[in-house]
Design a protein around this ligand. Structure first.
Ligand SMILES: Cc1cc2nc3c(=O)[nH]c(=O)nc-3n(C[C@H](O)[C@H](O)[C@H](O)COP(=O)(O)OP(=O)(O)OC[C@H]3O[C@@H](n4cnc5c(N)ncnc54)[C@H](O)[C@@H]3O)c2cc1C
Length: 432
């Protein structure tokens, strides 16, 4: 039996319902107050703020608008900031660490507010997240951690423990040894979200031009001269919002972000009874394995979308698909004969301290490094960087004071990824 449907697509499943916007035909203006490079959640949320403040705003993308991670992710929405409090407090101080972690919660709530205020049609739901323990030791650790109540609990997302014997109420598998549920985590349709942001940015007056790569930037009369595939434009302010697609144009940033491929497959449509068996609560799922896997039902509850960081060498979604299918069947043996209809990938941006960074370098604003969890973070900090450009105090964030680190000998090519993935794969097989 073949693994793929006869019309297998190597582009995001989301693009079926939210097709790429038509190629823009506008010509490049001679000047703009603000030029934003990158049209994902970061760039568009920034553009909405600068355009609404009356600054002429131009968003440029080398592909179609929203083409990067922002229309190809898993659509899980959480508080997403990865660092633990204690090591963070040691590095940046107790109060600063509290402030940073609070920003994670703010980011999750921001999506909720945005959906309500802007009346977004993006299949947003507070689905909750089941976090599975992939072995008995991990479950024990979860229980122990839950029992250690401390005064910083308000900075954590609320959750409850799911006993091993109750796991099937959450998920139709014996793969997990119990787990925990975060009821406040949500899910959305990334493609629709990207298009809705585009609509709002344009309504606010921003001009967006796709298929227009920025190839050079020079300082010019107190502002910037930006060279693109379609000509030159002068800007007072520049925002770099290129995240995992940050290229050689920005060497300082390239040395600070680690592009990592993330891969997803979508199954062919499944019978409703099977979906009810596999994901009875329709929560999004992640688990305690070191090598991250994330999965969910599509918004119409017809398919499973199964994602993970699987490739030892990056790039080809036809090669990653059989591996993801195998991993999916380890959790759901019921899907052994189920075919894959879509397989795709994108590049997320990790950082050396697992935190996003926002600020200004060489006169240009930047915001990036969401470490694979940018639906809420890119939106929230994208808005913040837009507010910083217009000098609005609401754009301030404790994150701005955290040093954006690089490492000696790192030039933007993560040579250490393949060995670490191999180590993680091994570790996930051990009972630790
Ligand atoms: C497969 C996958 C699954 C994911 N799942 C989740 C998830 O479930 N939950 C979650 O929270 N996060 C997830 N993420 C991460 C999340 O999607 C990203 O963190 C977020 O979308 C980043 O948004 P952004 O606007 O900063 O960058 P992007 O959306 O990647 O946009 C950057 C843009 O910059 C453009 N660009 C780059 N260089 C230039 C240039 N020189 N000139 C013009 N344009 C340029 C690119 O073409 C690109 O469109 C996932 C990512 C991937 C790839």
């Amino acid at each position: 039996m073949g693994l793929f449907t006869s019309d297998i697509k190597t582009q995001p499943y989301w693009w079926d319902d939210a097709p790429r916007p038509d190629p823009e035909t506008q010509t490049l203006p001679k000047a703009a107050d603000v030029v934003i490079i990158g049209s994902g959640y970061t760039g568009l949320n920034a553009a909405i703020e600068t355009a609404r403040a009356g600054r002429s705003t131009l968003v440029l993308d080398k592909e179609t608008i929203g083409w990067g991670c922002s229309s190809r992710n898993g659509g899980h929405v959480s508080n997403s900031l990865k660092p633990e409090f204690a090591p963070l407090a040691k590095r940046i101080g107790t109060e600063a660490a509290k402030g940073v972690l609070q920003e994670g919660l703010n980011a999750l709530n921001y999506i909720d507010q945005l959906v309500k205020h802007e009346n977004l049609d993006i299949d947003w739901t507070r689905s909750g997240r089941f976090y599975g323990a992939h072995n008995a030791r991990q479950f024990k650790l979860m229980v122990k951690y839950k029992e250690q109540k401390d005064e910083l609990d308000y900075l954590k997302l609320p959750y409850f423990i799911v006993d091993p014997k109750d796991t099937r109420q959450e998920i139709g598998t014996d793969f997990y040894h119990g787990g925990k549920v975060y009821p406040d985590v949500g899910a959305l349709h990334p493609g629709k979200y990207s298009l809705e942001l585009l609509r709002i940015a344009r309504e606010a007056g921003a001009q967006t031009i796709g298929n227009c790569e920025v190839t050079d930037i020079k300082k010019h009369n107190g502002g910037f001269l930006i060279t693109t595939a379609s000509g030159q434009v002068i800007a007072d302010d520049v925002v770099i919002a290129t995240n995992g697609y940050t290229g050689k144009l920005f060497p300082w940033l390239k040395r600070r972000v680690i592009p990592i491929g993330s891969y997803i497959i979508a199954t062919e449509p499944l019978p409703l009874e099977l979906m009810d068996e596999l994901l009875p609560t329709r929560r999004v799922i992640v688990d305690s394995r070191s090598l991250v896997y994330y999965y969910r039902a599509c918004p119409q509850h017809k398919r499973i979308l199964y994602g993970g960081r699987v490739a030892l060498s990056e790039g080809d979604p036809m090669k990653s698909a059989p591996i993801l299918h195998q991993r999916m069947c380890e959790v759901f043996p019921q899907l052994k004969t189920t075919k894959i209809s879509h397989t795709w990938m994108g590049y997320v941006a990790f950082t050396f301290d697992t935190m996003p960074h926002i600020g200004k370098h060489d006169g240009m604003y930047f915001c990036m490094g969401y470490c694979g969890s940018g639906v809420s973070l890119a939106s929230y900090f994208g808005r913040k960087i837009g507010l910083q450009v217009i000098g609005n105090k609401e754009g301030e964030t404790p994150l701005a004071n955290v040093k954006f680190q690089s490492r000696p000998y790192y030039n933007g090519k993560p040579w250490f990824l393949a060995p670490s993935i191999a180590v993680y794969q091994l570790r996930d097989k051990l009972p630790i």
